[in-house]
Design a protein around this ligand. Structure first.
Ligand SMILES: *[C@@H]1O[C@H](CO)[C@@H](O)[C@H](O)[C@H]1NC(C)=O
Ligand SMILES: *[C@@H]1O[C@H](CO)[C@@H](O)[C@H](O)[C@H]1NC(C)=O
Ligand SMILES: *[C@@H]1O[C@H](CO)[C@@H](O)[C@H](O)[C@H]1NC(C)=O
Ligand SMILES: *[C@@H]1O[C@H](CO)[C@@H](O)[C@H](O)[C@H]1NC(C)=O
Length: 449
């Protein structure tokens, strides 16, 4: 139910596969096949997923106050230590269970603490940090149902990458976000600390060779914050390149629809108002609202009932008018400044972006108000989820800086999550990783034995 709820995503569009690209692919796989069995020096790769691609486990304590008998009893088998899968669990699609899901997923903004926290009585955790298992498999224990990043991870394996040695995963609790300096963000900051340590240990385990960060969607925003908050010498020593896939640098207009009337992604029987409350409570969704820096004065939403138009500069008014006044303060103080100050990464960057897929560009809500959903939706260019302006937004500013190396690769007709499976995208990723590894050396003074 978040920005890219993967089990529901359908990528019907296929990019044309260029013969030359296929040949590059063939030559890469033959190069790597010949070096299979070791010997090849690789820069470690760390996969940082987008929001819906993470998994989340929960445990209910005595403080949990279920809203119904169903929620008291569900799930019947709560697994080891009471932990059960909260996201993604297909039971969310069954009407009576949607409510249980929503009340456990909800976050609360604590004004006194100026931070977000879980619902009372709900403990959550992200398991297998450091591993790609929860990104590759919907059922990480049995490994039967492949998911989100499996194709990408397998592609890297064909290029010689090995789980736990050169290939790592950095899942996180995607409901939380980060906050502007001066505001606490316990969960988000703890994740950045873990990610920093993972990067350091991956480098140390690979002869001091700096890591390649491969980040999808919201993961790109986290990766940028990791870099921006680290001293330049740390970045140079530990990160070879940041490769972002579909990073929503300036947010997405579609997220305004999510806040206004809920986004069930067309799945029937799901109660939009329950889902909307949960989606509104997510701090990371505030982070993904369109930013003034990228969208400027452009009218994104019209409300005929309020006789108002809203640009990215009017998001606080918008949040009030849709009936979500609680979101105004955290948005204004904590989240909006992050989107306004998009510092350059300070390491070489490649941004892979899908284009040419119909993407919500503006919305008109009628006399019935926001709850009723839009009466008109205008589509524009983007990857189906994120607008083109946002995908390439800050890149111009970054490339004006002489020290910043930046490469943008546009992939026609590749969707927001389709980019994780699309042939042309995977070829680009192999090209980047291979050209970096061709230069890999074992002579680093950091190498330990
Ligand atoms: C945007 O709107 C503000 C206030 O209405 C105005 O001062 C500013 O010049 C406008 N900017 C652009 C780029 O149109
Ligand atoms: C809507 O707003 C415009 C200008 O903001 C105003 O001229 C018009 O009278 C308003 N219409 C209604 C029905 O309030
Ligand atoms: C939106 O923001 C612009 C520029 O700051 C301002 O002129 C306009 O009155 C705002 N509109 C609403 C509905 O708040
Ligand atoms: C590989 O090394 C060469 C020579 O030092 C350099 O010009 C090139 O940019 C390097 N390539 C990558 C991908 O780092």
């Amino acid at each position: 139910m978040h920005m890219e709820a993967l089990p529901m995503e359908r990528n019907q569009l296929r990019a044309v596969v260029l013969l030359s690209a296929v040949m590059v692919m063939l030559s890469l796989s033959s190069c790597c096949a010949s070096s299979a069995g070791g010997g090849q020096l690789l820069h470690p790769v760390i996969l940082i997923p987008g929001s819906g691609g993470n998994q989340l486990e929960a445990r209910l304590t005595d403080d949990y106050k279920p809203s119904s008998l169903t929620c008291r009893l569900w799930p019947p088998v709560r697994g080891r230590g009471g932990w059960f899968r909260l996201w993604f669990d297909p039971s969310v699609l069954l009407a009576p269970l949607t409510r249980c899901f929503a009340e456990r997923m909800m976050l609360y903004y604590d004004r006194d603490a100026d931070d977000y926290r879980n619902a009372p009585g709900v403990e959550t955790r992200v398991s297998d940090f450091g591993s790609t298992s929860t990104l590759r498999y919907l059922d990480p224990t049995l490994k039967l149902l492949t998911g989100y990043m499996d194709t990408l991870a397998s592609t890297l394996e064909t290029a010689g990458y090995e789980e736990g040695h050169t290939l790592f995963g950095a899942p996180y609790d995607f409901r939380y976000g980060l906050a502007a300096p001066g505001h606490p963000s316990q969960v988000g900051s703890a994740y950045l600390d873990r990610l920093r340590l993972l990067v350091e240990s991956a480098c140390a385990a690979n002869g001091g060779r700096p890591a390649i960060l491969l980040a999808h969607s919201l993961g790109g925003l986290y990766a940028l914050q990791l870099l921006a908050r680290a001293p330049l010498p740390w970045r140079a020593a530990h990160v070879k390149r940041l490769v972002t896939l579909s990073a929503p640098w300036g947010g997405s207009v579609q997220v305004m629809l999510t806040f206004a009337s809920g986004n069930t992604l067309g799945v029937p029987f799901v109660d939009a108002s329950l889902i909307r409350a949960e989606q509104r409570s997510s701090e990371s969704n505030l982070w993904l609202l369109p930013t003034p820096k990228v969208f400027g004065n452009t009218t994104l939403v019209v409300s005929e009932r309020h006789n108002r138009t809203y640009s990215a500069k009017n998001v606080t008014q918008f949040l009030q008018d849709i009936g979500f006044a609680e979101g105004v303060e955290p948005y204004r103080a904590r989240t909006r400044p992050l989107g306004e100050a998009l510092p350059e990464p300070g390491v070489p960057v490649t941004c892979l972006v899908g284009t040419g897929v119909d993407t919500v560009e503006s919305l008109v809500f009628g006399e019935e108000g926001f709850d009723a959903g839009p009466v008109k939706v205008v589509y524009g260019d983007g990857d189906g989820t994120v607008n083109l302006a946002s995908l390439v937004g800050p890149i111009k500013a970054w490339s004006d800086s002489p020290a910043q190396i930046i490469e943008v690769v546009e992939l026609p007709k590749v969707s927001h999550t389709g980019i994780l499976k699309d042939k042309s995208a995977l070829e680009q990723i192999l090209r980047i990783v291979d050209s970096i590894n061709r230069n890999a050396t074992s002579t680093s003074p950091r190498q330990s034995t």
